[in-house]
Write a protein that binds this ligand. Structure first.
Ligand code: HEC
Length: 220
């Protein structure tokens, strides 16, 4: 057989390629075509928060490890029960040393968050509590019921609330709550609390601070 010329080869190749194209184009529009590396475009992607069999708890959102706490969150160990209240009263101690700054800062927080019910001097005569629609005023801090309240119980009640008083756990950070504990004790018995500052000179300075605090309070 006579060898094919270059031109004939080219013709064959051309017809062959044309045939391939025609064959390809005959396929249905719905056919997905060939996948040369299916792994590459079929990775097992997971929707966020979707259900899945891949994790033990059935969701693609991973659970935080047990004991995880949010950034900046300080856990509180005592439960909101009568036993928790009693245990807090017994064991929980104020980590802040009482000084002029703590007194002034405690007063500032009290003026923003507590004065409306407890009143300026903690007598239970704030504007909210004096409203006729309010069931009854809170007891005065220096009343027989509250004058010897342990500091842990004061903290516990600010944290969880008590009776008609709501929880302040999400409103006031723990450090400020301890300042409030000092300030509540100051309102319970000023002389006794100021004596805890130790020394007559610093007492004068502290009372000056309180006056500054009071000026702030009247401005607000
Ligand atoms: C909505 C009004 C209201 C506000 C605001 C409020 N209290 Fe009270 N508080 C009460 C009432 C009412 C009681 C009495 C609760 C009871 O014994 O049933 C009380 C009780 C207390 C007690 C005694 C708790 C105990 O264990 O017996 C303390 C201490 C106290 N409040 C401190 C605070 C401090 C500090 C703030 C500010 C962070 C505050 N309260 C804000 C209404 C309020």
């Amino acid at each position: 057989m006579k060898a094919l010329s270059h031109f004939q080869w080219a013709k064959f190749a051309g017809i062959f390629m044309l045939g391939l194209i025609v064959l390809q184009s005959c396929k249905s529009d719905n056919a997905p075509g060939y996948e040369y590396m299916p792994d590459m475009y079929r990775s097992p992607s997971l929707e966020t928060y979707a259900e899945t069999d891949l994790t033990s708890h059935g969701s693609t959102a991973l659970q935080p490890v047990e004991g995880t706490i949010p950034v900046g969150f300080v856990p509180y160990a005592y439960p909101n029960t009568a036993e928790g209240y009693a245990a807090a009263g017994e064991n929980l101690k104020n980590p802040l040393v009482f000084n002029e700054d703590v007194l002034a800062e405690g007063k500032a927080v009290f003026t923003k968050m507590c004065i409306q019910c407890h009143g300026k001097a903690g007598k239970g005569d704030g504007t909210v509590a004096s409203n006729p629609r309010w069931p009854g005023p809170p007891p005065a801090y220096d009343s027989p019921a509250l004058k010897d309240l342990p500091e842990g119980k004061i903290f516990h009640s600010i944290h969880y609330g008590k009776g008609l008083m709501g929880s302040h756990a999400s409103l006031i950070v723990q450090e400020d709550r301890w300042k409030l504990v000092h300030y509540v004790q100051y309102l319970q018995d000023k002389d006794h609390k100021m004596a805890a500052l130790g020394g007559g000179e610093s007492t004068e300075a502290a009372e000056a601070e309180v006056v500054v605090g009071e000026e702030l309070a009247t401005k607000e």
